[in-house]
Write a protein that binds this ligand. Structure first.
Ligand SMILES: Nc1nc2[nH]cnc2c(=O)[nH]1
Length: 376
């Protein structure tokens, strides 16, 4: 039996399968030698627990009256190399923002010292904001991506690390890899990560988005994900201009989602960011494949990309998580992502109300027009 290292008394908040928010007041929680929770019980059981786990009551740490414990936050979509320009460049829409802010910054991550400094700052800052799990996009540079993995592991953060893949870039041609390089480097990245045998840090296959990936690259990445049983992350249907670009590049596909699904990139281990313009037909493909959406409301608003109707996605039984999308989103805090998600839903509600009112007015006008006609 494990030994108790720390015991806390106070209020604990968590969510379960059946209850979105459970508040446990006057509870006592014990932590074992590996940091795992050994028990959480009402304080009525304190004496029994002390006997069973052999801890001294005087060692219990009391939380303050307004303090509470909660589970760590999970940021399902964050670009670690974009931290240096956080909060700037947001006057531009997505594709221009990629050209002027994102790609010129990411290109610099061939420099391992720079990568190491920035990545250390990102991991420290996310942890400070309560993000205990993050799904990171790194850059196209394999060694720098491995540095990010190493730092996350060193700080004890649970993380997916994606070496970004992109073999086509008309937006900013300096930041690109060849198809063969992208495939071979992804394989090297995955194997290097697996050799490290990290407890909490795993590789994730990361085609940037269909705009910067050839069909062959998408197909090979789908194959790699399948062969190694890996998770996958990318972007989908974030902005109108992006969707148009994808439909131009892949005319033989019926929609954006099909570009990923037919290349084995839409699986039950896939997280696609944004999805603002996914049709119900595409949401249905997400549901049947078990794929998830990372809702990134701060970024969607900041880059004027659009809104995800998250209630509809949930109604269609699609799995949804929240992401900061640094640096499309300007806040590294998941609490901000929660607030922006609520605000987005309120905006959509108000838009629906306005549309309803407008259609009612038209309807009423129509009636009075008929009435006028009859009486004329
Ligand atoms: N928000 C966002 N969307 C993207 N689509 C392709 N790359 C990116 C990126 O870095 N950020």
């Amino acid at each position: 039996m494990d030994t108790v290292q720390q015991v806390f008394r106070g209020t604990f908040v968590h969510s379960t399968q059946t209850c979105p928010m459970e508040v446990l007041e006057s509870h006592i929680l014990g932590v074992g030698s590996t940091g795992k929770i050994l028990f959480i019980e009402h304080t009525e059981k304190e004496a029994q627990l002390a006997l069973k786990w052999k801890f001294d009551n005087s060692k219990i740490e009391d939380l303050g009256q307004n303090d509470f414990f909660m589970p760590g936050m999970i940021d399902t979509h964050i670009h670690a190399p974009q931290y240096p320009f956080l909060g700037s460049g947001m006057e531009r829409p997505l594709l221009e923002w990629l050209e002027h802010s994102t790609f010129p910054t990411e290109e610099k991550f061939s420099d391992l010292d720079l990568a190491s400094n920035i990545y250390e700052a990102v991991v420290q800052r996310t942890l400070k904001n309560g993000t205990t799990t993050a799904s990171y996009f790194a850059t196209i540079h394999t060694d720098a991506s491995l540095v990010l993995a190493d730092i996350a592991d060193r700080y004890g953060q649970r993380a997916f690390i994606g070496k970004v893949c992109m073999d086509s870039n008309t937006i900013y041609p300096e930041y690109i890899e060849s198809t063969e390089e992208s495939i071979a480097e992804t394989q090297r990245f995955v194997e290097a990560m697996q050799n490290m045998k990290y407890d909490r840090v795993k590789p994730i296959i990361t085609p940037r988005f269909a705009v910067t990936c050839s069909e062959r690259l998408l197909c090979e990445l789908g194959r790699l994900a399948d062969n190694y049983g890996l998770h996958i992350q990318s972007h989908i249907s974030e902005s109108v201009a992006e969707i148009q670009e994808v439909l131009n590049l892949f005319p033989e596909y019926n929609n954006y989602t099909e570009v990923y699904s037919k290349n084995k990139l839409l699986t039950n281990k896939t997280v696609m960011a944004h999805g603002c313009y996914l049709s119900d037909e595409e949401l249905c493909m997400f549901r049947s494949n078990g794929a998830a959406i990372s809702h990134c409301p701060n970024s969607n608003i900041s880059l004027c990309s659009g809104h995800l109707d998250v209630c509809n996605a949930i109604k269609q039984k699609v799995k949804v998580g929240l992401g900061t999308d640094i640096a499309g989103g300007y806040s590294i805090s998941m609490l901000d992502a929660i607030r922006k998600a609520i605000e987005t839903s309120k905006i959509l509600f108000m838009e629906r109300q306005k549309r309803r009112k407008e259609s009612k007015t038209i309807h009423n006008n129509h009636h009075s027009a008929i009435f006028l006609l009859i009486n004329y």
